[in-house]
Design a protein. Structure first.
Length: 151
C-alpha cells in the first residue's frame, strides 16, 4: 500500500508501479491508503485497486522508506521476508523503470484509460489531420522530454 499524495499523474504512475511490483514480489494484495475516493489515477484510468483508511486498518504495518529518487532500492527484495500478516506501507518516490519492467504486461492490462478519455482523444486526433492528408498517410510522433531522465 502507499499513501495518497499530492503529486502529478506521472508520480502516481510510479507509485502504482511500485505497489504492483511489491504485491507481485511478496504475494500480497495491493491497496492505496486514502481518506478520499478521489485518487488521481482513478480520474484517468479504470484502476481496480482498493482504497483503505489507515484508521480502520487492523493489522500490523511495516513502513518501508525508499531512500533515493530515480534509483532502484535493493532493500525492496527483502520485503519478501516480512510476515504475510503484516501490511507493507511504502514511502518515497519510486521513480525508476526497474519497478515497472518485471510487471510491464500486467501494468499494460490494468492501466486502461477511461472510455470518455479514449473517445475524446480519438475524436480530437481524427479532426486534426492536415488538409489533403488521410489518416493513413499522417503519422504523429510524441516525445516526452524531461530534465534528468534516469536510465
Amino acid at each position: 500500500m502507499i499513501r495518497r499524495t499530492l503529486h502529478g499523474i506521472g508520480n502516481h504512475l510510479f507509485y502504482y508501479s511500485a505497489i504492483m511490483y511489491v504485491a507481485w514480489q511478496t504475494g500480497r494484495r495491493p491497496c492505496i491508503l486514502s481518506k478520499s475516493r478521489h485518487v488521481l489515477l482513478n480520474r484517468v484510468f479504470d484502476v481496480d485497486i482498493p482504497l483503505l483508511d489507515i484508521k480502520t486498518f487492523g493489522c500490523p504495518i511495516y513502513k518501508f522508506n525508499h531512500r533515493c529518487c530515480g534509483v532502484y532500492d535493493k532493500r525492496m527484495r527483502e520485503l519478501v521476508n516480512i510476515n504475510k500478516n503484516t501490511s507493507l506501507e511504502l514511502h518515497g518516490f519510486f521513480q525508476t523503470w526497474k519497478y515497472a519492467e518485471p510487471i510491464a504486461i500486467q501494468l499494460r492490462q490494468q492501466l486502461k484509460f477511461k472510455k470518455e478519455i479514449t473517445e475524446f482523444v480519438a475524436n480530437f486526433l481524427s479532426t486534426r489531420v492536415p488538409l489533403g492528408w488521410s489518416n493513413l498517410e499522417f503519422v504523429r510522433v510524441g516525445i516526452h522530454v524531461r530534465r534528468g531522465d534516469f536510465l
